[in-house]
Design a protein around this ligand. Structure first.
Ligand code: FPP
Ligand code: MG
Length: 321
């Protein structure tokens, strides 16, 4: 069986309902049906092919890939509560269908199953690493929330937040693959750095698409981050440009909460003009491109072959998405 399919089999097994609660079962059905691209387990499985213990560790890598994917799932369930998101991956979110309380419990349930199965597998090191990763994810979210509607947010603040909320789990995925397959410290370090670049470019692109994608993405309307007070790279860059003063005024008007949809649409055009004159979008694209480039250069130091190509394919997938 394809390893990524085996990851799915373990996710299903780890999230099995044993309680008989109809609500929990229905929520787990939503969670299973809204499965994403599984980029994190993909990265973990590939990292695990660089070590001398592959293929003996193959099955275990799939189990660890399932745990990593479940952390991602739990984090999105909770993120949708915080964002009050009605939709994710073109489907209703757990919070919109079952209410915020139930969604908190569903996220907690997923986390509890991760802890249980990591103990069951006696994965002490992986467990410690993933606990620290969830800690970083919390720091990223707390950092972002603490800076909501703050036009003084620095680019460093933003980068540190996206490291926590997104890149840290990609670093962990690479570290676990390397650890389980017995990679040398040098290879493990290279893989962790590759994971970090992938994580940064992933979040930078996600944030950029919220600005450039005219139809909105994943059910999130265009400029939704800006309207909700999360200032991402193109906006932070524009705020530091001579046209930043005008952008501050626009942000202030949005913050007053007195706008109707038509005003927001008009503002969208003005925001676009400001972003064009400050080159905020090009600047962000350059940073994304630099992360992809650095990841490629690091990968070139690893043995050539299908595994390295697999990483390059992931980069391509993420850059083209
Ligand atoms: C989505 O970002 C959210 C994350 C990448 C991380 C969320 C992390 C937590 C809630 C803390 C950790 C919690 C657990 C349960 C592990 P986004 O809102 O920018 O993207 P979106 O457009 O996909 O919503
Ligand atoms: Mg969100």
């Amino acid at each position: 069986m394809d390893d990524l399919k085996l990851v799915d089999v373990y996710v299903d097994e780890y999230l099995r309902d044993e309680s008989g609660h109809t609500a929990l079962r229905s929520m787990l059905n939503i969670i299973n049906a809204t499965g994403g691209k599984k980029v994190r387990p993909m990265v973990l499985l590939l990292a695990g092919r660089f070590g001398p213990r592959w293929p003996e560790c193959r099955e275990r890598l799939c189990k660890m890939g399932a745990a990593v994917e479940m952390i991602h799932t739990a984090s999105l369930i909770h993120d949708d509560i915080v964002d009050d998101s009605p939709m994710r991956r073109k489907r209703r979110t757990v919070q919109s269908k079952f209410g915020k309380e139930m969604a908190v419990y569903a996220g907690d349930f997923v986390l509890s199953r991760i802890v249980y199965y990591l103990f069951k597998e006696a994965s002490i090191e992986v467990g410690m690493l993933l606990a620290k990763t969830v800690e970083s994810m919390c720091y990223g979210e707390i950092g972002q929330y603490a800076r909501l509607y703050d036009t003084e947010t620095t680019i460093e603040d933003y980068l540190s937040n996206i490291f926590g909320k997104t890149a840290s789990l990609f670093v962990a995925a690479c570290a676990i693959g390397a650890m389980e397959s017995g990679c040398s410290e040098k290879t493990s370090m290279i893989l962790r750095q590759v994971g970090e670049h992938i994580g940064y470019l992933f979040q930078l692109r996600d944030d950029l698409l919220n600005i450039t994608s005219s139809s909105g993405r994943e059910g999130k309307p265009v400029h939704c981050d800006l309207i909700n007070g999360t200032y991402t790279m193109p906006i932070l860059h524009a705020l530091r440009h001579p046209s930043g003063g005008r952008l501050r005024e626009v942000i202030h008007t949005i913050g007053s909460g007195t706008l109707v949809l038509r005003d927001i649409e008009k503002m969208g055009e003005e925001i676009q003009d400001i972003l064009n004159s400050s080159r905020g979008i090009e600047f962000t694209r350059e940073i994304i491109h630099n992360h992809a480039q650095q990841a490629k250069e690091l990968l070139e130091t690893l043995p050539k072959g299908p595994v390295r190509q697999g990483f390059l394919d992931i980069l391509e997938l993420l850059m083209g998405d």
